[in-house]
Design a protein around this ligand. Structure first.
Ligand code: GDP
Length: 199
């Protein structure tokens, strides 16, 4: 995918502050520090469109980006980071849940997991919640450059088992080597072609 334009639109917490739902939208979710900002930046070929924060868990807003005037990408705040105060954590769930449940133009969710971490209940619950709402999801295992090729395949199988899916369904990605970029774009395009078809 050649990205000719990628711009930050706005941040929002409340539904009335979301931008107009005029483009098919894809949301990106993952734990803080998983490499979500780096992944989005590689996808859109911009070094710092999404700011990689030195303080994990700091950005607690929904951030909307307009890509090629054709898609909207939404960076969901990272979850599961221990240093986030309880008050912030209590707000995260409802804010993200409201967004995911109500955003009519949302076509799919990209869930990013560190390839070195075995998916746990947290991820399974989230995927089940999306599946109950018929929201398409694609799982990306990132930071694959940190492992040897054989370890990557081994970790991919472990993750697939934990998620009850096929290893080939899990996208291997590296923001460092850009491995997986074409593959992930293909999935995003597939999620957005049937735009409008979702009830
Ligand atoms: P976020 O909190 O999920 O947005 O994570 P960031 O994108 O800010 O990344 C967290 C840290 O992981 C940073 O130090 C990144 O440089 C590093 N990182 C992110 N993606 C990769 C990757 O694919 N490979 C390697 N080796 N490091 C990565």
């Amino acid at each position: 995918m050649i990205v000719t334009s990628a711009e930050f639109v706005k941040s929002a917490v409340r539904e009335q502050d979301y931008p107009a739902p005029d483009l098919p939208e894809i949301a990106f979710a993952g734990r803080s520090n998983v490499g979500k900002s780096s992944l989005i930046n590689v996808l859109v070929d911009r070094r710092r469109l999404v700011k990689t924060s030195a303080t994990p868990g700091r950005t607690q807003l929904l951030n909307f980006f307009r890509i090629n005037d054709r898609f909207c990408f939404v960076d969901l705040p990272g979850y599961g980071y221990a240093k986030v105060p309880e008050s912030v954590r209590r707000q995260w769930g409802p804010m993200v849940e409201r967004y995911l449940a109500k955003r009519g133009c949302l076509q799919g969710v990209i869930l990013i997991i560190d390839i070195r971490r075995t998916p746990k209940e947290e991820e399974l619950d989230f995927l089940q919640w999306l599946s109950d709402r018929r929201m398409p999801a694609r799982i990306v295992l990132t930071k694959v450059d940190k492992l040897s090729k054989s370890r990557r395949q081994q970790r991919r199988r472990v993750a697939a088992d934990a998620l009850s899916t096929a290893p080939e369904d899990l996208v291997l990605f590296s923001a460092k080597t850009r491995q997986g970029r074409p593959d992930l774009w293909a999935h995003i395009l597939a999620m957005t072609v049937g735009e409008g078809a979702r009830p």
